[in-house]
Design a protein around this ligand. Structure first.
Ligand SMILES: NC(=O)C1=CN([C@@H]2O[C@H](COP(=O)(O)OP(=O)(O)OC[C@H]3O[C@@H](n4cnc5c(N)ncnc54)[C@H](O)[C@@H]3O)[C@@H](O)[C@H]2O)C=CC1
Ligand SMILES: O=C(CO)COP(=O)(O)O
Length: 345
């Protein structure tokens, strides 16, 4: 191929990460370790100061030393100055309100990247759709990050892979080049619907695995929930136009296995507390301000499934436990007692 015919990738040198929670901070470290110039926005000025001055974010990533070249501010205008790419790292249900405040500050032409795994309540929109609506960019230009990415492990430099989903391959490749380092291997994928739905749905399945663990159940129950969880999220994806292969990949089975089996997962931990007998309010209070996205997403995913006529029994069970006061043991018994069926019907 002659140099003239090579596809031209936009160069991403300077990246702004909006949100300084566990994944936002870790993704900033990934980018800095890949040689990018990174500035973070933190909601609280003291967190911004801690990141810039002491190179740590103890509330979210205790014991982790951040690269010295990561700067941070609580002023979004300063954070966004000159960014080639903007990474949105706030929880799903707060993305719209935050983005309304930031949209006029977004540098023209910057690639927008979504880290959030959820489906918006009420609108039932995926995160790239929310970003498109508020920022006024085509949803096909937004890059959604998904995959087995428990923040703390990646912050420690443990090897992991991720998927960068974008209909515009060039934009996905630009972020792939910007985030690739010795411990983080991003793949591109054009199936945004599948990657985003898988990322949102697996949090709900992780709640169920946590509840099973809290009730004292072992590996067979976990494997059953993971596999049948995969079946129901793939059914939803198929109905909404996703590529079935996505669910066999990093964003599907990869993220399900990591989240459903790791004590680092906030969703699994939340479920385990409820399975052990804590109330939903007690489990929420124990999270220390960190988000277990599945608690809201079981509402929106259930509504989305109803809208397109897809059966999602585990999601329904999580909705009943988290929002209707059903006891986890009872929800589990109801799941097992459903009408007998063929595995793939
Ligand atoms: N932590 C992880 O291991 C991973 C998280 N994710 C996803 O990334 C997204 C962000 O997650 P984390 O950084 O882990 O969240 P987090 O709960 O650790 O931090 C959220 C950050 O957003 C800020 N924020 C701004 N507006 C907010 C509001 N209205 N409500 C709550 N927080 C607000 C908080 O101050 C905080 O800095 C979530 O959708 C999560 O599912 C995805 C992959 C891995
Ligand atoms: O998305 C994640 C891992 O890929 C993080 O899961 P939790 O939000 O449950 O911690």
């Amino acid at each position: 191929m002659s140099p003239e015919s090579q596809p031209v990738q936009p160069q991403v040198r300077r990246v702004t990460v909006l949100g300084a929670g566990s994944w936002g901070t870790t993704f900033a470290k990934v980018l800095a370790d890949a040689g990018r110039d990174v500035t973070m926005w933190a909601r609280r000025p003291e967190v911004a100061e801690e990141i810039s001055q002491r190179h740590s974010n103890e509330a979210y990533l205790p014991g982790i030393t951040l690269p010295e070249q990561i700067g941070a501010t609580s002023d979004p205008a300063k954070a966004l100055e000159g960014a080639d790419a903007v990474v949105l790292a706030v929880p799903s249900q707060s993305l719209r309100a935050n983005l309304v405040r930031w949209r006029d500050l977004l540098p023209k032409g910057a690639i927008l990247v979504s880290l959030a795994k959820g489906v918006e309540l009420d609108t039932l929109l995926r995160m790239s759709e929310v970003i498109s609506e508020i920022a006024g960019v085509p949803s096909g230009e937004v890059v959604a990050v998904s995959g087995p990415n428990l923040a703390r492990e990646i912050a420690q430099g443990q090897p992991a892979a991720a998927v960068l989903a974008c209909a515009d391959h060039d934009r996905a490749v630009a972020i792939q080049q910007a985030a690739f380092n010795s411990y983080f291997r991003p793949y591109t994928n054009t199936d945004v619907v599948g990657c985003e739905l898988a990322g949102a749905c697996k949090n709900v399945i992780a709640l169920s695995c946590g509840m099973a663990a809290g009730l004292g159940f072992g590996a067979n129950t976990m494997a059953t929930l993971i596999t049948r969880g995969l079946a129901e999220m793939a059914r939803l994806g198929a109905k909404l136009g996703a590529d079935p292969l996505t669910f066999a990949g990093l964003a599907g089975v990869g993220d399900l296995v990591a989240t459903c089996s790791s004590p680092l997962s906030r969703n699994r931990t939340f479920g385990e507390r409820v399975g052990r007998g804590e109330t939903i309010e007690e489990a929420k209070a124990a999270q220390g301000g960190q988000v277990a996205e599945g608690v809201a997403s079981c509402v929106s995913i259930r509504a989305l499934a109803a809208q397109v006529g897809v059966d999602m029994p585990i999601t329904e069970a999580m909705y009943r436990v988290c929002h209707e006061g059903c006891a986890p043991a009872r929800a589990g018994a109801e799941l097992l007692g459903r009408q007998q069926k063929h595995e793939w019907s």
